[in-house]
Structures are given as structure tokens and as C-alpha cells.
Design a protein. Structure first.
Length: 312
């Protein structure tokens, strides 16, 4: 078994070689969100702009002995205004990433996807977990377990391409995507198997690019060489996937939480498809997970700059 956090530590170490990422932190008005931003800044992963009620942010910092004297506070009266102002800072070029503080995800994302004044691109917005599973050799990208509830085939095209682009931003040697379902056989009675097959054909036709993609695959033969051999599956992805695309949010949520609570995995989170990466954190996240999420955002922003296009 690999040392816990080993993959995250490598990710964080590499991100520390980059300039700190200017990040608008929306409503950091509890201990975990404020401390997470300050710790990430201390490790030179981000350069935070703290957006929210000045008096409340300063009170939390004073109560818990957090030094925020070096950081800019952009005063906003409440969480909704903080979300809007954080998005505006990105539009003005003052921030290259967003970070969720102690407001609801829906509140922040509503400002991101607003048609006028938001951060929309031609891509569907989607979420990826970058999971450090101690027993698995590779970091695992899981998508989408947080935003798109029951995505259509058209929406899955963007979800898949976002995840592939993330794999390249994370410098994976080879991006290998398993499109998951309950079985590796195409079954018209299970729509996700038909959509998986369609996505693979779109890869063949160049409509989706940048990765080896196979599906439908069941979870066991996506990540286990032994299971792949038993099922006699001929595939360059099966048994060694590093991206798992789930059929819907329910499946993704259960998969990610199963890995977290039963296999001791950590789950860094990032939203892609907007003009900048969006760091989504949970109050339950460990400090290491929060730092890893910031590191992922820094690498996505770097890839976006280098490619001269929006990766998310």
C-alpha cells in the first residue's frame, strides 16, 4: 500500500514551483475556509483575495489567531454579494481562480453560470474529484459527482473533454478514461452503456480528443488487471484507468464517498468548463485535501495559459 497522501504531496510540491495563483476566495467566513486559504497562501499555492464582510473576516481571524495582515480584503456585505464580487474580480483580470468559502455551492455557481456577467464558456461546467486512494497506484479523476445530476449524451461530451484536459494539466503520462456502467457489455436496456459506446465512437471520429477512452466498463474491470483478464477484455484502458467517468451524479457521489470512507481516500475537488478553475471545498475536507485542491487549480490555470484557451 502506498503512503497516505503521497500522490497529493507530489502534486503540491510541483505546484509550489509555480507563482502563487491569484485567487478570489468567496465569503471565507468560518475557520475552515479562512484557515484553508491562509495555509495555501503560506505554502505559496495561491495569492488570496478575501471577499466578504470585512468585520466578520477580521473577527474570525482574531478569534483563532490567524494572521491576515498581508492579505487584501474586498468588502462585501453578505455571501451573495461576495460571490458576485469574486466573479467580477476574475472578469477584471485580478484573479485567475475562484475558491468557495463558507457559502453554499449553488450560490457561488449561480454567479459563475450567469449569462450576463458570469464566467461561461462554450463548455458545459463540470466537477472532477482528484482522489488519492492509498491502495491504488495512480491518482484517480472521478467525474461528475457534484454538478450535473443526470447529464445528457451531449453534456457528457463536455464532461469527458473537461476531465481529459484536467488529466493533461496534471501531467499524467497517458490519460486513460473508463466510462463506467454496471456492465462492460452494451445493453439497450441500460442507457448508460449505449451512451458509453457512443462516446467511444465520438473519440474514434475525433469529436473528443486527447485520451484513450473505453466503455462501457464496470468498475472492477476498469481498475483491476485481474478482473479484466478474467472477463477477457481486450483494452488499453481496462485495468489501468486513471479517469473514471460515471453515468450520473448519484453514482459518482456514491463512488467518491465509498472510496473516502471505506478505502481511506482523500478527494480534492475542482470545477472545470468556466473561464477559470473553481476550487470547491467542503467543511469536512482535511487541510491536505484543501491544499491539494489549490494545487490542482494552479496546474489547470498554468495549462490554460500555456494552451491559450480555456480549460476550466
Amino acid at each position: 500500500m502506498m503512503e497516505k497522501h503521497a500522490k497529493y504531496q507530489r502534486l503540491i510540491a510541483f505546484s509550489q514551483t509555480l507563482p502563487p495563483l491569484p485567487t478570489a476566495v468567496a465569503h471565507p467566513c468560518d475557520l475552515s475556509s479562512l484557515n484553508g486559504a491562509v495555509e495555501a497562501a503560506g505554502m505559496r499555492l495561491i495569492a488570496p483575495l478575501l471577499v466578504g464582510p470585512r468585520a466578520r473576516i477580521e473577527a474570525i481571524a482574531a478569534e483563532h489567531g490567524i494572521d491576515i495582515s498581508d492579505f487584501t480584503i474586498v468588502d462585501a456585505p453578505h455571501s451573495h454579494a461576495a460571490a458576485a464580487m469574486a466573479v467580477q474580480l476574475v472578469r477584471e483580470g485580478k484573479a485567475e481562480a475562484l475558491m468557495k468559502g463558507s457559502l453554499h455551492t449553488d450560490e457561488l455557481m449561480a454567479e459563475v453560470i450567469r449569462r450576463e456577467g458570469g464566467l461561461r464558456t462554450g463548455r458545459r461546467v463540470s466537477h472532477c474529484f482528484v482522489m488519492d486512494v492509498p491502495a491504488y497506484e495512480n491518482a484517480l479523476i472521478i467525474t461528475d459527482a457534484a454538478i450535473n445530476i443526470a447529464p445528457t449524451l451531449e453534456e457528457k461530451v463536455d464532461i469527458l473533454q473537461n476531465a481529459i484536459d484536467l488529466g493533461h494539466a496534471l501531467k499524467l503520462d497517458e490519460v486513460r478514461v473508463a466510462i463506467l456502467s454496471a456492465t462492460e457489455s452494451v445493453n439497450p436496456k441500460i442507457p448508460s452503456t449505449v451512451e458509453a459506446a457512443a462516446l467511444c465512437k465520438m473519440v474514434d471520429r475525433g469529436q473528443i480528443s486527447g485520451a484513450l477512452v473505453d466503455g462501457p466498463l464496470a468498475l472492477d474491470n476498469a481498475i483491476s488487471i485481474e478482473a479484466m483478464r478474467i472477463k477477457r477484455i481486450e483494452s488499453r484502458v481496462a485495468g489501468r484507468a486513471n479517469v473514471l467517468m460515471v453515468p450520473d451524479l448519484e453514482a459518482g457521489n456514491m463512488l467518491a464517498k465509498s472510496l473516502s470512507f471505506l478505502a481511506g481516500a482523500d478527494a480534492a475537488g475542482i470545477v472545470l468548463g468556466a473561464r477559470v478553475p473553481i476550487i470547491l471545498t467542503s467543511r469536512a475536507d482535511s487541510l491536505t485535501t484543501r491544499l491539494a485542491s489549490c494545487a490542482v487549480a494552479a496546474l489547470v490555470a498554468k495549462a490554460r495559459r500555456e494552451a491559450g484557451k480555456v480549460l476550466g
